[in-house]
Design a binder for this molecule. Structure first.
Ligand code: ZN
Length: 190
């Protein structure tokens, strides 16, 4: 197992559409182990494979509360099969856009079809944070980021800050003064 580097915007790989996983084999298990180690180290509550540079449709999450036992969840080739008309708003963050948080409105509940680590088809109905997290991570497999849902003005500003930081340091998060008008961090969804 290894902690891998997390891609940060404006890294273009974050805009790739990931490929479906073809086989639930040992290589997949190594990828998933590395993803969990990377996510827990960050720390974050969700991660998509493309965030460590692997364009495969694999997402993971762990929504357990801080002092509760871990609840690792793996979704291979996840697909949104249904969304509720009812919406909810959550302040999202992303490990690929560190220390930036904005409210995003999404369907409150979703049904997701996916394969488990054994390659068996599964289905999950989720609401609340799990639904938000599933949608956020599935978006990553399609090259979509949560900042795509905020105003163009805000998106342009955040992209500018991260582009500037990438130029100065070769990648990474902007200096804290560049993010000073952000709200207090809640947590990175992933
Ligand atoms: Zn994310």
């Amino acid at each position: 197992m290894a902690v891998r580097d997390i891609l940060i915007i404006p890294d273009k790989r974050l805009r790739l559409r990931s490929e479906p996983v073809k086989a639930a084999d040992a290589r997949l298990r190594v990828l998933v182990d590395d993803m969990f180690e990377t996510m827990y180290a960050a720390p974050g509550i969700g991660l998509a494979a493309i965030q460590i540079g692997v364009a495969q449709r694999v997402i993971i999450m762990d929504l357990a509360k801080k002092d509760d036992p871990p609840e690792p969840q793996v979704f291979i080739n996840p697909e949104v099969a249904w969304v509720s008309d009812e919406k909810s708003t959550y302040e999202e963050g992303c490990l690929s856009i560190p220390e930036y948080y904005e409210e995003v409105e999404r369907p409150r509940a979703v049904k997701v079809k996916y394969l488990d680590l054994e390659g068996k088809p599964q289905e999950i109905e989720a609401a609340g944070l799990l639904a938000t997290c599933l949608q956020h991570e599935i978006d990553h497999t399609n090259g979509v980021l949560f900042i795509d849902y905020i105003s163009k003005l805000k998106r342009t500003m955040v992209m500018k800050r991260f582009k500037k930081a990438a130029k100065q340091t070769g990648g990474g998060k902007p200096k804290s003064e560049d993010l000073s008008d952000d709200k207090e961090p809640s947590h990175h969804i992933g």
